[in-house]
Design a protein around this ligand. Sequence first.
Ligand SMILES: [Fe+2]
Length: 404
Amino acid sequence: MLILFALCAVPVLGSASYRCSSEGLGETPTYSTKGLPFPAHNPVGLEEEKYDDLIFDPAIHLQLEDPEILHTLLVDDDASTASSPFPVPPNTTYPGLAYSAPFRVLSDAGILAVRGIVNRYEHTAGANERTPKRVRGLGYRSAFIRNLTYAPELLEHLSKMANLGVWPHDMHMNIAQTNFGQIGHGQKVDEWHQDSVDYVMVLLMSDTTDMVGGELQVARVSNATEALLMVKADQLPSEVVATVQYPGAGHAIFMQGSKIAHTVTSVLSAKEPRLSLVNSYQTLNPFRKDKTVYTTFRVQDPPNVVPTEMARHAAWRVQGQLGCVIDNPQWGPDESPEQTKQDVAATLRTAAAELLRAADLITGVIEDERPYKVDEDFWDRVDKVDEVAHATATAAPIVCAEEE
Ligand SMILES: [Fe+2]
């Protein structure tokens, strides 16, 4: 099943009577659709540079190894539910991935190649309020990076950790975000936050021998929002903070960063700046609640790129939802035609509402919120945003009509 998710990305249906659920955009784990393809044409300003001498070859550049363990999401802060072997045993209850133990991804040749590409684009590095120095958009710039990101072997490996199909996130500026943890800078490499995408792979690219600091820390708390509130109040107990130690360059962790609070501490001393490549992923289930936070990308990526990336993302989700309706007619039992009517209408309404919400985000009619501790007034605005989201999700059905 996982191979189908990642490699073939064909619809996988639970049964002939599968219901294309959209109520509250809840979890519908048995449905999956083909991932969004990378754009055929690059945005202006992010042209690809050709290097014939650097072609991604999985046999040369990948060195995929298994993680020793998968740390799972906590259920009611119950530590007994905290981990799973890899791969996840069949027919077991899996609460969802929190983060994996480190596992090897790149060979030495792969590290060398990726570092060469990062060096080439270091001059494009910028900062945001969370990360003092990072490069974005390498997926547009480099075919090598793109082919690495979409490598079927890697996607299958990550899908096994998530225990569902994952695919590179539709906001393609995220591909190979590279963070530079400068030595003695005094600022965290990344502040406490939740991610604005479902999953991330954080791949270490630098020599961390004898490094002091630069550690990935994860709050082992069921509710990530509560964890961030505790951070803000300086009340996060140290005993719930797990620290990830990377064995070395070329190793990564895979994390459901949208559901756990995490940070990277400042680099106090090291042989070289801490270099990490962060790739973003989403599930292939278009009914699963969308964790994409548009504002996160709108405020830092080129204005000619972000709206189209978001539009393609929303279009992909909705075509997946409607594809389920097309491929999987729900006739319903004769005795409850009213329920069937409401069910199929709900799927259509939710698809319409999702498109409208995306259009409103793009045009600034509404604004979603970044799950960062550093947004000092974020928590004061949560209630207002929840009201907007509720109003959008329960919007009246639209009437499909051509304009005169
Ligand atoms: Fe993160």
